[in-house]
Design a protein around this ligand. Structure first.
Ligand code: CAA
Length: 257
């Protein structure tokens, strides 16, 4: 499939998707989002891929939803349309996704990074939810995922008063996994994705599902879900292989089934 607003490549077992609207600070219009979802779904269905990296350019991961595209819309347009459906579709991707963030991650851009399973940030990364400046609030999960990630106090400042977080602050508040020099952030994200992609594929996907359950359920229900997923993995060839490899002191040869 050919894309107009994203670039797609593979590096070993990693699928890399680059948002490519540099003149618009990678603003997320309908085309970017639908192409991104299509590319992620294609990688999700491809057994040769174990994890994905989502990135932008050095100046901007993404400066949010496309304000020019949204500006003329009415409430009923927004209600009837599928504006934020793409973010929900990304949530349904089973394989791990790592955001490689440099420069601005604002509004829907920050929400997109938070939808990923891990964030590798360049020292130049800046995270923010500036929707208040437009007379709106975050609409793609920002008020919820940000609050779970950084806590109520910081989330309130960001959503109500456009407080931006530097990369170091984002690390301190637990929003990102690691901060690396600008020239290395993408390589770092790809090598982290490759390391995960070399692990037991079904267990990696199930592990993602189990951790995400922690945000959806009570502790009792979450532990119950975890137990069922844990038990299920004993039906996989990879469980037999992984345990045999440990006992035989050799490297496991994962089959992904
Ligand atoms: N939508 C559309 N176009 C955007 C954009 C956006 N979110 N962000 C930047 N652009 C465009 C600018 O309009 C400009 O285009 P022109 O050259 O045609 O004028 C171009 O990108 C470069 O931007 P700037 O000249 O503003 O660059 P800068 O370096 O001075 O500032 C910035 C960079 C701080 C990111 C600034 O562009 C900015 O504040 N952007 C808007 C951020 C924002 O409000 N995001 C939230 C959007 S709403 C949302 O995301 C809702 C949701 O929850 C889903």
């Amino acid at each position: 499939m050919s894309y107009k607003s994203i670039l797609v490549e593979t590096k070993n077992r990693v699928g890399v998707i680059t948002i490519n609207r540099p003149k618009a600070m990678n603003a997320l219009n309908g085309q970017v989002m639908s192409e991104m979802v299509a590319a992620l779904q294609a990688f999700d269905a491809d057994d040769a891929i174990g994890a994905m990296v989502l990135t932008g350019n050095e100046r901007a991961f993404a400066a949010g939803a496309d304000i020019k595209e949204m500006s003329g819309k009415s409430a009923s347009d927004m209600f009837k349309g599928s504006f934020v459906d793409a973010w929900d579709d990304i949530r349904k991707i089973k394989k791990p996704i790592i955001a490689a963030v440099s420069g601005w991650a604002l509004g829907g851009g920050s929400e997109l990074a938070m939808l990923c399973d891990m964030i590798v940030a360049s020292e130049t990364a800046k995270f923010g939810q500036p929707e208040i400046n437009l007379g709106i609030i975050p609409g793609a999960g920002g008020t919820q995922r940000l609050t779970r990630a950084v806590g109520k106090a910081i989330a309130m400042e960001m959503v109500l008063n456009d407080r931006k977080l530097s990369a170091e602050e984002a690390l301190a508040y637990g929003l990102v996994n690691r901060v690396v020099p600008a020239e290395r952030y993408l390589d770092e994200a790809i090598s982290l994705a490759q390391a995960i992609a070399e692990r037991a594929p079904v267990a990696a996907q199930i592990g993602k599902e189990a951790v995400n359950q922690a945000f959806e359920t009570s502790l009792t229900e979450g532990v119950y879900v975890e137990r069922r997923l844990f038990n299920f993995l004993f039906a996989t060839e990879d469980q037999s292989e992984g345990m045999a490899a440990f006992i035989e002191k050799r490297k496991a040869n994962w089959q992904g089934r």
